[in-house]
Design a protein around this ligand. Sequence first.
Ligand SMILES: NC(=O)c1ccc[n+]([C@@H]2O[C@H](COP(=O)([O-])OP(=O)(O)OC[C@H]3O[C@@H](n4cnc5c(N)ncnc54)[C@H](OP(=O)(O)O)[C@@H]3O)[C@@H](O)[C@H]2O)c1
Length: 305
Amino acid sequence: MMTPTNRREFLAQLSSFGVLLSRPFPMRAQDAIPLRVIPATGESIPVIGFGSTKAVVQIPEAGTDPLRSVMRMLVEYGGRVVDTGPRSEEIDSQFGRLLNEPELRDKLFLATKINTRGREAGIQQMRQAQLTFGRRTMDLIQIQSLTDLEVHWPNLREWKDTGEARYIGVTVSSYNDYERLEAFMRSEPLDFVHLNYSVVETRAEERLLPLAQDRGMAVLINRPFMNGSFFQLVSGRELPEWAADFDCATWAQFSLKYILAHPTVTCVLTETTNPEHMEENIQAAFGRLPDESTKLWMREVVQGI
Ligand SMILES: NC(=O)c1ccc[n+]([C@@H]2O[C@H](COP(=O)([O-])OP(=O)(O)OC[C@H]3O[C@@H](n4cnc5c(N)ncnc54)[C@H](OP(=O)(O)O)[C@@H]3O)[C@@H](O)[C@H]2O)c1
């Protein structure tokens, strides 16, 4: 089976298979991305979000047009979650202007990060984010990769008390940090954990995802495509025909549907500079999801390559 490169091909391919969908795919961007609940408050957010790193760091070479197109696509489908982090002042000022364009400004759930060492430097990053985003209150502030965790965490708690953060949490993107993350999740009342999980990197299933569920924490996922190396892994491989049984038409959706099938996952961040990729990724949120036995086959397919 060929991998379709855009929505038109994707829909044509599905109909050529005679795939019977449990829910129709959105033909126009009027069906909103499904939502999942943040346990701490009961607020719901769309299950597909945007990891902005690649598009933002490319601003000096590529300008803001790719970023704008991707974010417009997200918002067109009712998407809201945008994950960001501190960059250079030059980049941040352009990104900030884009985030404040009228069509985006009030529609986003903005997550940002503290990724520096030292109390004062962390506070400075928060003040910079408030300037960059033109808002006093961040939807979510995270300590990136557990950096100087014990130093920054009291500040995050204070920002929640002062109303400068609606939610607070921490991130990891490597198995190396899992043990420390687990200990922190057991000791602190995090609103969100943000970790790596995919059909290849499945280890979060063992302890962290069940723990997040027990502790009532929302879960953001990074590295759904292992920063793109997933596509090298499956390059030249045909998608299994049984992927159509859970309304999956591309390898990108194969990993995203694997992730979304975990009930504890609240939102997957997908990073892209290409609005068609954003749309393809958003489509993974519609239709059926694989069950546990299918997930086992999915792991075998990719881990056997
Ligand atoms: N420690 C941390 O806090 C941490 C660490 C890592 C990541 N993150 C967060 O997670 C986000 C995701 O980053 P990631 O490293 O995990 O990246 P990823 O989403 O796993 O992979 C991104 C790569 O996949 C490609 N891609 C995306 N959709 C595609 C599609 N449908 N078809 C083909 N290629 C596609 C993109 O290229 P194109 O531009 O060509 O689409 C890009 O090169 C980051 O932006 C960041 O917000 C956080």
